[in-house]
Design a protein around this ligand. Structure first.
Ligand code: ADP
Length: 161
């Protein structure tokens, strides 16, 4: 039984993340999406909201679970009995940071491997922060996130303004 985790902020989840979840879930027996509780960043969506959105969108994937976590990713992987950390790579700009992270994790947890899935070309430019920025100026985001997420983002910016 191979368990993988897919950690990230997912603030909020985009089609780019969902594509990685879909593909990674076919490679492992159990995939746990780990929503990071990051104390240094103030997210647009609460941890509960981010978890719920991903849960709603992955309901039809039988082997995908969603959990929140804080602290070291490798500790979360251990708690989940996972041996694989999945990360997505969009562009060269992601690479340096991701390589450093993967190598550090390998030193502190030699039994856990990081695997990278290259982005679907359709979503190579896509990030949660870009989506939020466009939405904050009232731009269209339906090509980047599912309808339900779009509604939630719009609601947030309506309440903030
Ligand atoms: P973090 O704050 O850890 O970077 P994100 O929520 O931004 O978390 O992303 C989580 C993971 O998903 C990262 O590995 C990131 O590279 C990947 N990712 C984000 N957007 C995309 C995308 N459009 N295509 C492929 N992978 C992506």
């Amino acid at each position: 039984m191979i368990t993988g985790i897919y950690p990230g902020s997912f603030d909020p989840v985009t089609y780019g993340h969902l594509d990685i979840i879909e593909r990674a879930s076919k490679m492992v027996d159990r995939l746990i999406v780990g929503v990071l509780v990051n104390s240094t960043k103030t997210p647009l969506f609460s941890m509960e909201e981010r978890v719920r959105m991903i849960e709603d969108l992955t309901r039809n994937h039988g082997n995908v679970e969603v959990k929140s976590f804080g602290g070291l990713t490798v500790n979360f992987a251990r708690e989940c009995d996972a041996t694989i950390i999945v990360r997505g790579l969009r562009a060269v700009t992601d690479f340096e940071y991701e390589l450093q992270l993967a190598q550090t994790n390998k030193v502190i947890a030699p039994d856990i491997d990081t695997i990278f899935l290259t982005t679907n070309l359709k979503y190579s430019y896509l990030s949660s922060s870009t989506v939020k920025e466009i939405a904050s100026y009232g731009g269209a985001i339906h090509e980047f996130v599912p309808e339900e997420v779009e509604k939630q983002i719009k609601l947030k910016y309506k309440n903030i303004k």
